[in-house]
Design a protein around this ligand. Structure first.
Ligand code: NAP
Length: 520
């Protein structure tokens, strides 16, 4: 076993982890390592390769402000292009040399005596250990597939595939396929699988609200303008960002204001399904629009209306070795079951692997108090650990990359403050964490997520919404602009001088500190 001592360890090489690596490097924090169990950068955009996988946030917003991409081919990007973009950013900023791929973090524990995180890893069957003063968790909330707990599922003798662990070698041609789930992943993969499957049964527990997807290819003139007209791309990003923030107002403060969105969704159903009133009824949600994530698609409803597709809404009774029995007793034999049933978000197994100062895991702590932290970033009891896309940072209306960049500002300022003040140990005060969360819950009280009449993964086991940032994202940008050391218990002390002073003029992200609309 080799031991590696570094100043900062980042876990995860998706948008969060890569963004952290770039910003650390730009600010002169060079003693870090990036650990990821996969084989390259990309995180969720590396892992989700199901047919039709695409982003439902406009391309212009789905990139770093410090690495804008003038060459997006379409107004909404598909998975391969986003994956390429992320790897391109890693290349551009020379991050590959810092990354250890194929390295799974099996456990990490805060060692109070050493003032370090001890990180156990597994690489090609070999255990190893990394010690780091600061831990940055960039594993993301959508990384651990959730397999449905349905009676008999283990007895199924055909193929079972989760949307996030797609088998691209499998030929669905002519096969009898069942898809369980009708969330963001399912509505993208069903239209593609339906084109080749012999028969496709879609098992829907809750119908989603879906707006049309205004996707189009960019023209050569637009590409030219994005590349050559100063400020043009920032202006477009700003415009899209501002338009999306209007939706945040409806979601958080005035769900009635979302009525036009509902009408748009209803028109989408009518346009996509046509005359089949029974199918339209089954496909129409019964909760308020926005309560669950609003989805985007032009081809979901036409897919449901195909002669080889059946929308099953009776609920699943059990799975047999050869098929699925629905609650009305109907047996449907299938060759493949696709589980598009989402992820462990509020109950991720990752939480069990992170052990804080009292020997208690994040899972144990959050089982008691709910999934909460301070500014979505720090958790009391877990010194020197910053979580990217932590509690209360999720969104229902715009780009997570904006939230990630806000957190990166906070991370960099935390490290700079620690360096300037000689701080070696930082733990958020319980009182600051509690106050922050009380504020979040207060802000949520009139929101559609609380009052919209749905069950969603936004809620934890106690029914509290611990995943979402309520309100406007520029408010989050503001609250994470600088590190508020007063909210933390800190220890100053001698430490090895690992981080050199930031080089003069080092970028903090070309426009990261500029107005929200410029870097959305
Ligand atoms: P999801 O939104 O959690 O949807 C899971 C689906 O599976 C829901 O329809 C759910 O029904 C159903 N389900 C879960 N357990 C079930 C069970 N035991 N029996 C029957 N049905 C069951 O998961 P997802 O579609 O993978 O999306 C997860 C998140 O990933 C999204 O919210 C989004 O943030 C992200 N995503 C984004 C994009 C994008 O375009 N940017 C694309 C894909 C995914 P209920 O609704 O009744 O719970």
């Amino acid at each position: 076993m080799t031991t590696n001592d570094v100043e900062i360890a980042i876990i995860g090489a998706g948008f969060s982890g890569l963004g952290a690596a770039v910003r650390l490097k730009q600010n002169g924090f060079d003693d870090f390592v990036l650990l990821d169990r996969g084989r390259d950068f990309g995180g969720t955009w590396r892992d989700n390769t199901y047919p039709g996988a695409a982003c439902d946030v406009p391309s212009q917003l789905y990139s770093f402000s410090f690495a804008k991409n003038p060459t997006w081919s379409r107004s909404y990007s598909h998975q391969p292009e986003i994956h390429d973009y992320i790897n391109g950013v890693a290349d551009k900023f020379g991050i590959a040399a810092k990354a250890r791929f194929g390295t799974e973090v099996t456990r990490t524990e805060w060692n109070e005596d050493e003032g370090r995180w001890v990180i156990d890893t597994l690489q090609d069957g070999k255990t190893d250990q990394v010690r780091a003063r600061v831990l940055v968790g960039g594993v993301g909330p959508l990384c651990e597939p959730n397999l449905p707990d349905i009676e008999g599922i283990e007895s199924f003798e055909g193929k079972i595939v989760h949307s996030a662990r797609w088998d691209n070698d499998h030929d669905f041609g002519g096969q009898r396929v069942a898809v369980i789930g009708t969330g963001a992943s399912a509505i993208q993969l069903v239209p593609e699988v339906a084109k080749v499957a012999g028969r496709l049964d879609v098992y829907q527990r809750t119908a989603p609200w879906i707006v049309p997807r205004t996707e189009r290819a960019y023209s050569s003139v637009e590409h030219w303008a994005y590349k050559n007209v100063p400020g043009y791309q920032s202006a477009v990003r700003g415009g899209i960002y501002a338009a999306n923030e209007v939706v945040a107002f409806g979601l958080t403060y005035s769900p009635k204001a979302l009525k036009p969105v509902e009408l748009l969704c209803r028109a989408n159903i009518l346009r996509g399904i046509g005359r089949d009133a029974e199918l339209r009824r089954k496909a129409t949600p019964t909760f308020q629009v926005g309560c669950k994530r609003i989805l985007r698609s032009n081809d979901w409803y036409p897919a449901l209306a195909r002669p080889n597709v059946d929308l099953v809404t009776d609920g699943i009774e059990r799975i047999t070795p050869s098929g699925i029995v629905s609650r009305d007793g109907t047996v449907r034999e299938v060759d493949v079951i696709v589980v598009a049933t989402g992820f462990h978000v509020t109950d991720s197994p990752v939480f069990e692997k992170i052990i804080g100062k009292d020997g208690r895991s994040l899972a144990q702590v959050w089982n008691e108090i709910g999934m909460q932290g301070y500014k979505g970033s720090f958790v009391h009891g877990f010194p020197n650990m910053m979580l990217m896309v932590g509690p209360s940072t999720g969104l229902g209306h715009t780009s997570m990359v904006y939230m990630i960049e806000s957190q990166l500002n906070y991370l960099v300022d935390y490290l700079k403050t620690s360096r300037a003040l000689g701080i070696t140990r930082t733990e958020v005060k319980l009182s600051a964490q509690q106050e922050f969360n009380a504020g979040i819950q207060h802000k949520l009280r009139n929101s559609v997520w609380v009052n919209g009449g749905c069950a969603s993964w936004y809620k934890d086991a106690n029914g509290n919404i611990t995943t979402l940032w309520p309100g406007f994202t520029f408010a989050y940008r503001q609250t994470t602009r600088s590190f508020d050391v007063a909210a933390y218990d800190v220890t100053r002390g001698a430490r090895r001088p690992v981080a050199p002073a930031a080089p003069a003029g080092s970028a903090t992200g070309e426009d990261v500190a500029s107005p929200a609309t410029a870097n959305a």
